[in-house]
Design a protein around this ligand. Structure first.
Ligand SMILES: *Cc1c(COP(=O)(O)O)cnc(C)c1O
Length: 433
């Protein structure tokens, strides 16, 4: 099989120039293709399930701007609403009625959320929720899980998966040891490890934060009883349970992963989908906890551009589209068809595969599986994934440039798109086998 050739001359020129201007040539690290090798593709425009690069190659996109584009890129109704809103200005720095509208929608949809605060990114939402956990409980320590990502705030940058993790050693230079000393870590899906941390730190743990389905260590699902067990343990110890639904919110179901699993946390962080492609994050939860947030309460948190009309508009329109009957059934059917195709294609090429999906989120590991935690995810064949990524790119499919990122489908991905993608997987798996 000869690989089709991909002309990326202009992408290469632009990336070369970008490297002199911005660290690593990008505004966010994973975009740089470092973990798959080769050079990143510079996009020119996106529409529906597709992206076009600056050399005019067209790709079927399974990142969707890392999650927000669940209705498809540049949905005409989202763009139309934004055009109308922008006529009134881009930011007020004062209350705006659109905040009420989106807040009501989020509160109606997400079981744990009785009040919400809008911010500008998932990172901000997670930073603020950590402060709130501590403010509410009067305790300093938090438990996070290896391989879970909660944005780039200091306290969450604790090296995942190694012995140092339990010592709370920082993952990045520039993060003082004192900052992460209160961050305890446990392997995902390991309830016993969490029990032990609670036993070792009596009345010192403010709460437990996790991705209810992991998307930042590859796609890893909670085992039956794990979320329920965390709910019980946190209650028992007077600690808070926080679901970081920045990725899963409005993607796993209209009520997020918490509605899907029927486990209600105390607090929830959101981002990605609720911004419809504009910078938005949010955190919310029980009224009595949220009323600690300034100016209702003493916990300070603020934002110049928070709740701005453009971001609220894109979020409102995106949620309206998702709320229409049949949306999640369609997303589920599309994703299941894709994952069945990926499994069949890998098996046909004689490669081990562990693949799965829930609603519009999917992932696969090049191993027999099942993959239950980050240690197991890291043991999979990263070098082969890099080659597969390139082979798929050459066949017009844009996957996340890392073996440790979930994939995303959208309402815009058609049966034909899925079939072409599966054909590309067949050829690519064969090419890297
Ligand atoms: C993306 C992500 C974040 C960080 O959100 P940003 O908007 O990139 O700051 C936090 N938590 C989870 C689970 C995420 O997927």
């Amino acid at each position: 099989m000869t690989a089709p050739s991909l002309n990326t001359t202009r992408s290469q020129e632009l990336f070369h120039a970008a490297q002199a201007l911005m660290p690593g040539g990008v505004s966010s690290p994973v975009r740089a293709f470092k973990s798959v090798g080769g050079q990143p593709i510079v996009f020119d425009r996106v529409k529906g399930p597709y992206a076009w690069d600056v050399d005019d190659n067209k790709y079927i996109d399974y990142i969707g701007s890392w999650g927000p584009a669940i209705c498809g890129h540049a949905h005409p109704e989202v763009i139309g609403a934004l055009q109308e809103t922008i006529e009134k200005g881009t930011s007020f720095g004062a209350p705006c009625s659109l905040e009420n509208t989106l807040a009501e929608m989020v509160i109606d949809a997400v079981p744990s959320v009785e009040m919400v605060r809008f911010v500008n990114s998932g990172t901000e939402a997670c930073m603020a929720v950590l402060r709130l956990m501590r403010a509410y409980t009067g305790r300093d320590k938090v438990i996070k899980f290896e391989g879970c990502y909660h944005g780039h705030a200091d306290m969450f940058l604790v090296k995942a998966g190694s012995g140092v993790a339990t010592l709370g050693l920082p993952d990045s230079p520039g993060v003082p040891r004192s900052t992460t000393a209160n961050t305890l870590t446990a392997p995902y899906n390991d309830l016993e490890a969490v029990k032990q941390l609670f036993a070792e730190n009596p009345e010192a743990i403010a709460g437990v934060i996790l991705e209810p389905i992991v998307g930042n260590a590859g796609f890893i699902q909670p085992e039956p009883g794990f979320l329920e067990g965390l709910r019980e343990l946190t209650k028992e110890h007077g600690a808070l349970l926080v679901f970081d639904e920045v990725m899963t919110g409005f993607r796993i179901s209209y009520g997020g992963a918490q509605a899907h699993f029927g486990v209600t946390p105390d607090l929830t962080t959101m981002g990605k989908v609720i911004g419809g492609g504009l910078p938005v994050g949010a955190y919310g939860g029980r009224r009595e906890i949220m009323e600690m947030v300034a100016p209702a309460g003493p916990m300070y948190q603020a934002g110049t551009l928070s709740g701005n009309p453009l971001a609220m508009t894109a979020g409102i329109k995106t949620l309206e589209l998702l709320k229409q009957p049949g949306s999640y059934e369609k997303l589920t059917a599309t994703t299941e068809k894709l994952v069945a195709g990926i499994k069949e294609a890998a098996t046909a090429a004689g490669l081990p595969i562990s693949a799965g999906s829930v609603s519009a989120m999917f992932g696969f590991f090049l191993c027999e599986g099942p993959v239950r935690n980050f240690e197991e995810a890291k043991a999979t064949d990263a070098a082969r994934f890099g080659k597969l990524h390139r082979a798929m790119l050459e066949r017009g499919v844009y996957l996340a440039p890392s073996a440790f990122e979930a994939g995303f489908t959208s309402l815009a991905h058609s049966d034909t798109d899925i079939e072409s993608t599966i054909q590309a997987f067949r050829e690519s798996f064969a090419a890297v086998a």
